[in-house]
Design a protein around this ligand. Structure first.
Ligand SMILES: [Zn+2]
Length: 378
């Protein structure tokens, strides 16, 4: 076993305790008060490790920003480390599903997505300091407050920081088997409003234009744009409309999620959306929304960064796999700027956003060692 893996294996109980601590500070997206408690704890911990720390408050709540200098280079180009403090779990989930260790797995709300990932960063930095090892370049760390809501209030900050970076590490959940994510789909969020004309469904149905009928046509058309083979999906996930069963509906509304692997596909699908036309005479439609996350495409730079991490993991005694996912992260914004990103660096586990969410205890030390080696070598 490598020295670093051995070192972090000896720290296992402390790592687990720290993960427990952050799980038990419930931090649902949108709850600025709860997120503030976690961010203040992170600020204290990182300050103690020698970072310059600030708490940045945006509409979505407080986020943690920390910077470490490197003692071995004058380069201002940073290694950017990204995570999020918020979880998808509402307050009170902890009561029903508390922190728990079963069969060498840690369970609890937010453990996989992504409190363990944040603890790994703290622990890797702490370990390097204690072992008198160096950061290869300045570190810039950002743990945001609103990733699970689409990072609307933190995207600009992330992009500004990313532009200073040589590369970025994103501590989001990995794929099964600990594989990192070297490609992520882009995401668009759209709304379709349909206007028809109301009429009495019994007395004068012929005078009405049903917005619901129109939306049904549009829904079929939208879903026909899905192409699973190419990884394109268009999903009408929410619909509503109408007032009473005896009224021809004057209004209807849909929320649409679109996903795609490449910029080219993005253009193609957006053009389709923008060319939607009403089907029923007298109906009107209005599309709003936008691309929320560009695709994280596996560029040559990303492939090279992954290869670097794979060699490091071999030196640590294991094989690091890679894969792709339909889910987005803040890594999408960074990759779209041409900065190489290694995403899904959190410890092995399963069940993001699911009741069975967990991480594997045996993977904590090897994964922390990998993060430490990346900080030492990028
Ligand atoms: Zn996440």
């Amino acid at each position: 076993m490598s020295n670093l893996v051995e070192y972090f294996s000896r720290r296992k109980e402390d790592i687990i305790k720290e993960i427990q601590h952050f799980i038990e500070l419930e931090t649902p997206s949108g709850n600025a008060g709860h997120i503030a408690v976690m961010v203040e704890d992170l600020a204290t911990l990182l300050k103690a490790l020698g970072a310059k720390v600030e708490i940045i408050t945006t509409e979505g709540g407080p986020s943690l920003h920390a910077q470490f200098q490197s003692s071995i280079t004058n380069s201002q180009e940073t290694l950017f480390i990204v995570g999020h403090c918020d979880t998808v779990w509402p307050l009170g989930t902890l009561k029903r599903r508390p922190f728990e260790i079963r069969e060498n797995r840690i369970y609890g709300p937010g453990v996989f997505d992504m409190k363990s990932g944040i603890v790994l960063v703290l622990e890797a930095i702490r370990g390097l300091k204690e072992l008198n090892r160096q950061f290869n370049r300045p570190l810039e760390i950002f743990f945001s407050c609103d990733e699970e809501q689409g990072s609307h209030s933190t995207r600009d900050l992330i992009e500004t920081m990313a532009k200073r970076a040589k590369a970025a590490l994103v501590l989001e959940p990995c794929l099964p088997g600990g594989r990192v994510k070297t490609a992520r789909k882009g995401i668009g969020q759209y709304e379709l409003s349909v206007m028809g004309c109301s009429a009495h469904a019994g007395v004068a149905p012929e005078k009405g234009v049903s917005a619901i009928e129109e939306l049904a046509h549009q829904t079929i058309k939208l879903h026909s744009l899905t192409d699973h083979k190419r990884g394109i999906s268009v999903n009408v996930g929410v619909i509503n409309g109408g007032t009473m069963s005896n009224v021809v509906a004057a209004k209807a509304f849909a929320e649409i999620d679109i996903r795609f692997w490449t910029k080219e596909q993005e253009k193609e699908i957006v053009a389709e959306l923008e060319s939607l036309k009403p089907i029923l005479p007298g109906a009107e439609i209005k599309l709003t929304g936008k691309i929320n996350r560009p695709p994280l495409e596996r560029s040559e730079k990303i492939a090279k960064l992954y290869e670097h991490a794979r060699i490091l993991s071999q030196e640590l005694g294991y094989e690091l796999g890679e894969g792709k996912t339909g889910g987005g992260s803040d890594g999408n914004f960074i990759a779209a700027l041409g900065i190489p990103v290694l995403d899904g660096l959190g410890p092995d586990g399963d069940g993001p956003h699911a009741e069975y969410e967990h991480v594997l205890i045996e993977n904590l030390a090897p994964r922390t060692a990998l993060v430490a080696r990346l900080i030492e070598t990028i």
